[in-house]
Design a protein around this ligand. Sequence first.
Ligand code: PLP
Length: 348
Amino acid sequence: MFDINNILRENIKNLKPYSSARDEFQGEASVYLDANENAFGSPLDTAYNRYPDPLQFQVKKRLSEIKGVPPRNIFLGNGSDEAIDILFRSFCNPVADNVILVPPTYGMYEVSANINDVQIKKVNLTDDYQLNMEGIAEAIDAHTKMIFICSPNNPTGNSINRDDIETLLTNFKGLVVVDEAYINFSRQKSFIQELTEYANLVVLQTLSKAWGLAGLRVGMAFASEEIIEVMNKVKPPYNINEASQQLALQALQNTTQVNAWIKEVLAERDKLVLELRNFEFVLDIYPSDANFILVKTTDAKGIYNYLVQHGIIVRDRSKVELCEGSLRFTIGTPKENVILINTLKNFK
Ligand SMILES: *Cc1c(COP(=O)(O)O)cnc(C)c1O
């Protein structure tokens, strides 16, 4: 059985969190002289002179309606990258503990582990970019606190087999972090509905991709109430600024626009795959559940440099193990995708 007390760091278990002015008085008053703010106002039209809600209740309430998860199971971070860092700081003792990463995958797990001086055990994905379940089982030891699974996976684009993730959730005594940054583009269903089933599940999502709000820096973690409480205790008190909270709330009203974009991205992705197949330098296009495709080519460096010369930037993943020769193309607007294809037609 999973028990959060078996994986929580002792210093975090005993941590008395910072108590902000907004924590100590909640409710409505007419005169606020408790937080050393500028009582006169701000140079801007909007009332940015006041500290924001530390627990972002309005945004969570709206997210709760969209996701079908109660606000108490939602953590908001300054991007999901902040949620990743907070998981390390909450659960992993520097030097002593380790996490399992399954490359090729999103780079921030490794960077965050390194910043926190947490050991990394890498178990490469198989040739078809799925989990090496035996390898993972062998890698787990008494100090393994978390396993990071990105699904759909960045940079390969495929979803990870659901049964395998469930096997890990059932058998692993630490946290299984399922990063669903690209879930809106996926045929697979989210793990968010499994939170009541698995006490060791953390699902990461973000407003940076499908929602078109990368500049606002709002990421989400969904987990049990006890995990969320720990994360809230460790996070900086005002980690989502007032402008981001207001704008996120406003954007979250517009699901219609976002759903239309997702549809269009998927249609464009299919079109791009068909077009790219015609090029001799394209060896393989991996099936994608995301808003990008990984394309194996005969000359990744050459194509990358050629595209840069023509003002088109893609992601060179050819130095990444298991992605040799591959470039990652984000799906652009129809016009951008035509420019990409037409430019590639002149590559020699
Ligand atoms: C883009 C991306 C993120 C980062 O999300 P932010 O919310 O912008 O920090 C997280 N995970 C994966 C796999 C990503 O590709």
